[in-house]
Design a protein around this ligand. Structure first.
Ligand code: ATR
Length: 269
């Protein structure tokens, strides 16, 4: 039997999900049909229902439906609840299961693929929008010595951290708190890279050998990445590995086995 999966969004033509999941399926010899579904806010529920009725087993969800998918799911994972967004749905006899694999995709990219230790290190997250919300809890769970969340609108950073519940060693602050702190891992979760805006990073932002990680991909060297290099970060990464990592976690949720991300990241590069 062919397994039917899809990604739903608007726009959707740019999505790399079919390429990723088809490559994963090939690693295991799974038969998989993976399609792109374009929906509107008006017909989102109807489009997902039809896909389930036609035998669909799971779905990735991308903008602007990550909240709508949350309302649609019958059960939610804890990480989906804290992220307040869904990127993965699994359809089964027990109903519709909703999950968010973005954060674990990022953590596995940093830890397993890039080989950078998070435990007992100093982590800086810049931004408190949707992208930061998806990664905050998994990064706290990775056990850093200190995690600082900064945002242009400082109150949003405090709200986001408070929503995660008590977390030892975690703090929120204004954007300019990033200039000092000698962080081992600095993650740009703002949309500043999309508009080439420079963030107030300084030499004091980076510990020796620090990793600077931009969650965007496919935009070459962003302002954040080139600033980080100039200011002494030891390693620079875009978010392509996170994209592949979140897909690999979705795949694991559906099939119970985790694909090898290395060859797929290499293929996309
Ligand atoms: P989404 O939820 O889709 O990620 P968002 O809520 O607009 O979008 O979040 C974008 C993030 O990038 C926010 O943290 C935003 O900061 P504010 O909360 O102060 O708006 C941040 N951001 C966007 N442009 C920025 C800029 N020029 N400098 C610093 N931060 C910026």
């Amino acid at each position: 039997m062919t397994n039917r999966y899809a990604v739903i969004g608007n726009p959707i033509s740019q999505s790399k999900s079919p390429v990723l999941h088809t490559a994963f399926a090939r690693q295991f010899g799974h038969a998989m049909q993976y399609e792109k579904l374009l929906a509107t806010h008006e017909n989102f529920v109807e489009t997902v229902r039809r896909f389930i009725d036609e035998g669909g087993q799971g779905m990735n969800v991308t903008a602007p439906f990550k909240l709508a998918a949350m309302a649609f799911a019958d059960t939610l994972s804890a990480r989906a609840r804290t992220a307040r967004a869904i990127n993965t749905l699994k359809f089964g006899p027990g109903g519709v299961q909703g999950d968010n694999t973005d954060g674990v995709g990022l953590v596995s990219d940093i830890r397993d693929h890039l080989g950078v230790v998070l435990e007992n290190r100093r982590i800086l997250i810049i931004g408190a929008g949707g992208a930061a919300r998806g990664i905050l809890q998994p990064l706290i769970e990775a056990g850093p010595a200190h995690l600082l969340l900064v945002n242009r609108t400082e109150s949003k950073a405090h709200e986001l951290l408070d929503a995660c519940g008590p977390a030892a060693g975690a703090a929120a602050g204004p954007l300019d708190a990033m200039a000092e702190g000698a962080f081992d891992v600095v993650i740009n979760a703002t949309s500043a890279s999309l508009s080439d805006v420079h963030l107030p990073l300084g030499r004091g932002s980076f510990a020796p050998g620090a990793l600077a990680y931009d969650m965007v991909y496919g935009r070459g060297d962003t302002a954040f990445m080139s600033d980080a290099r100039r200011l002494g970060a030891g390693r620079i990464s875009d978010g392509l590995g996170m994209l592949v990592g979140q897909a690999a976690e979705s795949y694991r949720l559906w099939f119970g086995c985790r694909p090898d991300v290395g060859p797929v990241i290499a293929m996309l590069r």
